[in-house]
Structure formats: C-alpha cells, structure tokens
Design a protein around this ligand. Structure first.
Ligand SMILES: [Mn+2]
Length: 465
C-alpha cells in the first residue's frame, strides 16, 4: 500500500461518520493539522469536536471522551497506540493521521503516516491536507495551513526549503493562488515583520560575523550599500518591501561578507512561503512567522485561539494571539538573558545549564537555540528545566547548529540513548532534541550525553580518514 492508498482509504473512512472527535497536539503542526481536518469535516457536513493535548499519555487520555464518536488523532497517536488499546478503543473507531514513529501494539489501528513510506520531511498537517484534498479537492485553500505546519515542525530547515510531498503541497497552493513560493529568498526569520537590520542581526544560520547578534553592525552594513531602509515617513522597511534590485545588492554583499570570513554562503538562501492574501507586515504573511504565532498560542495553552486564526479569525482571536506572541518573546528574551548572565558549565563536548523552575518547559528549547549563537557554537547546548506537573521529572532541551550537524553530530541519537539508560524518553531531530529524565539522574545524564557526543565526533573523524 502506498501513501496515496492510505490517504484514499482514510478519506473514505472519515466520510462514513457523522460524529468525530479530533485529538491533536498543541504545537503549530498540531494546531494547523487540527484546523485542516476540522474545516474539511465542516465542509463535508460532519459534526466534530476537538481536544488538544500537550502529549498523549495516561493523564491526558482522560480528555478523550468515552463516547460513540469516531476518534481522529492528529500529530500524535502513532507512538501511543498502547494507550488507545488500554482505553479499549476498537480499530474501527480510530484513525491516526501522523508522521511520528509507530509503536508496536497488539492492536493495529488504521493510520495514514508518511514516515513508513519514507517521507521523513513532512508533518502531520501535510498528511492531514492530503486527506482533506481526497475528501474534497475544493480544500486546496487549506494548503496554506499544511505549509505552516510543515515549516513549524522544521521540515524546511535542513534543506533550506520543503522537499518531496510537502513541497508538492506548497506548489499546489501556489497553483491555486493562495501561496507565493519564492525560491532563493533570504534565509532569515522575520522577513515580513522586522526592520531589515534587526531581521539580519537576529539570524544566526548562517552566522555572519559583524552582523549576527549585532543590530548596529547590521545597520551600518546596510547603510553603506546606499539603499532606502525607511519609508519617507521614517518607518523601517521589512525585507518583503525592499525592491528586487536592492534585495539583490543586499544578498550579494552578504555573500561577499560571509566568504571573506572563510565561511560558506549556501545557507544564506532558502525557499520561502508567503501568503499574499494576508495583511502586510503581520506574522500571518509567511509560513515561519505564522507558525510562531500558533506555537505561542500552544505554549501558553490557548491552542483554540490558534485554531480560530487558522479558520480565518482576524479579529479577537488574532489580537489575543498577538498579545501572547509579545509575551512569548518577552519571556524568551528574559530566559536568554538568564542563560547568558548565569553562564553555562562546559564539559569537553557540550555546555549545559539548569534553569530550575523559572521558565516554562515549553520555551527552554527556543531559549537554548538563541543563547547558543552568543556562546561557543561548536559545543551543543543542553538546558534542563523542572517539570511543573511532576518535580521528580526534568525536561531536557538540546540545540546545536547545522555546521556541527554536518560533522556527524546527532542530538536525537544522543538524547534518546542517554535518556533510555536512566529510564526516561527522548526524541527530536539531529539539530534539536529533547528528553524527559528522572531528576536524580541529572548529573549522570549530562556526563553520559557528553560522552555520546564525543563518540559521535570520533566516529565522524574516522570516516574522513
Ligand atoms: Mn508534528
């Protein structure tokens, strides 16, 4: 059975039900995926309600109603099929729309999952979109949300753009006029909302000496090019507003700056995904910033606000999300300062810090990533935080750079191995990973991760000999 076959039978199955409960994850991908499926259901005249969970575990399973409704899991479920079996759910009342690794289970729940078909760079929102399109080709407008989910789950990060079926979705949206796909755009976050010099200074992939983490340096660099950086009313221009000829001047000068520092300039460019129907200079204009807005809603446990925005609310829900985004950024900035002021402890191959219970565990990964570009970027950073619901558990977030990943470092492998050894669990990507571990094993764990990273470095060194 191909992914197409699975998508077809999933759509057929969904359309036979009158009452559906959607269970989804509270991150950008989960919120986007839920909105895709919910809108496809509404348009098909199928009644539905939604439940959002941070993760599917015995405690949150209680939020899944024990009733006759068909249970549609999105962005979760594949790895927690035992929980569904424990609940006594039958195969015929469940469908899993996911992109995570499946867990073996005595019951085989029907699922549509891109991962076993070899598509590792597509998220749950992408899969949800394929199902929605199979239900009704009129759902092509939902391609925007699929792209937001994919980008939110960092599917475009490694290759500087989406690939495979996730990219097909973006192109399909472009064909329908709801997405603008820009190849070789500036690989920078905030191209729709941040003044260009701020946008450049906040970017650390690639790291540009004199510009990264240096707002004044970035401004001087741009001023020397002699292009207009402000409107006649003295409002700073964002990248999206810069005329093409000036854009080319900026990128070619950045390439020179990077090359003159002996670095490679290939990561300066990436494909970007814009939504021309949205208001200018808002985070709704591009997939990356839209995803951050949804993540902010999820991280402050208001996923439904994000869901309302995905369904088109540009009034109260959008204003509430903007507040959350502002708050989200303020707390992340505070965390960044805390890490830098407190200082990290360095081991031979990693650096780490414990932030106690000062910050919500949902943002420490982002803070870690931002702190890294101001620290020794050669050593992956590991941040530990207390779990509010369970003080016996510590949440671990780890981040590194594309450069270090290119040398064979795999944070997911290190955290998965080390956490399993102490009875915890981990997962993620090579560049960014997380884990839960028992509090009492923190010290041992950190040393073990250091050792695993050092082994990865050695293995890679041998590979080059
Ligand atoms: Mn996901």
């Amino acid at each position: 059975m191909s992914l197409c076959d699975d998508v077809r039978s999933a759509a057929r199955e969904i359309l036979t039900h009158q009452e559906v409960t959607l269970i989804s994850h509270i991150d950008a991908d989960g919120i986007a995926g839920e909105s895709i499926l919910a809108q496809a259901l509404s348009r098909a005249g199928i009644h539905h309600t939604s439940v959002f969970v941070r993760q599917l575990e015995p405690m949150t399973m209680r939020q899944v109603p024990e009733d006759k409704t068909f249970k549609l899991f999105c962005d979760l479920g594949a790895g927690q099929q035992n929980l569904l079996a424990e609940r006594g759910l039958r195969e015929e009342e469940v469908l899993i729309v996911d992109h995570h690794v499946s867990q073996p289970c005595e019951r085989e729940y029907p699922q549509v999952n891109c991962l076993p078909h070899g598509f590792s760079k597509m998220s749950a929102a992408g899969v949800a979109y394929l199902v929605a399109m199979e239900m009704d080709p009129g759902n092509v407008d939902l391609s925007r949300l699929a792209v937001v989910g994919n980008v939110g789950d960092m599917m475009a990060r490694e290759d500087c753009g989406l690939v495979g079926p996730a990219r097909e979705i973006a192109l399909q949206g472009a064909g329908a006029g709801c997405i603008e796909v820009i190849s070789r755009d500036l690989n920078c976050y905030g191209t729709s909302t941040r003044p260009l010099h701020v946008c450049l200074a906040y970017n650390d992939d690639p790291f540009i000496p004199g510009i990264t983490n240096n707002v004044n340096g970035a401004l001087r660099f741009l001023q020397k090019l002699g292009i207009d950086l402000q409107t006649p009313e003295k409002r700073w221009l964002v990248w999206e507003e810069i005329p093409p000829v000036d854009k080319r001047l900026v990128t070619s000068s950045l390439v020179q700056q990077i090359i003159s520092c002996g670095e490679r300039a290939d990561r300066l460019f990436s494909e970007s995904y814009l939504f021309p129907g949205e208001a200018a200079r808002t985070p709704l204009r591009n997939a990356q910033e839209f995803a951050t807005l949804l993540n902010a809603c999820g991280r402050w446990t208001r996923p439904r606000v994000g869901g309302a925005i995905c369904r088109g609310d540009r009034g109260p829900a959008y204003r509430e999300a903007e507040h959350m985004l502002t708050n989200h950024r303020a707390v992340i900035r505070d965390l960044l300062e805390y890490i830098l002021n407190t200082g990290v402890r360095e081991l031979s191959h990693i650096q780490f810090i414990h932030v106690g219970s000062r910050y919500p565990d949902t943002i420490v990964g982002i803070g870690a990533g931002m702190a890294l570009s101001r620290l020794n970027m050669e050593k992956p950073i590991l941040v530990m935080v207390e779990q509010p619901e369970d003080p016996a558990l510590t949440k671990v977030s780890m981040r590194t750079t594309e450069r270090v990943v290119g040398r064979g470092i795999d944070l997911q492998q290190a955290l998965t191995t080390a956490s399993a050894e102490v009875g915890g669990a981990g997962g993620g990507h090579r560049i960014a990973a997380g884990a839960f571990i028992p509090k009492e094993s923190e010290e041992h764990f950190v040393n073990r991760v250091n050792q695993l990273i050092s082994e990865q470095r050695c293995a890679e060194g041998q590979g080059h000999r």
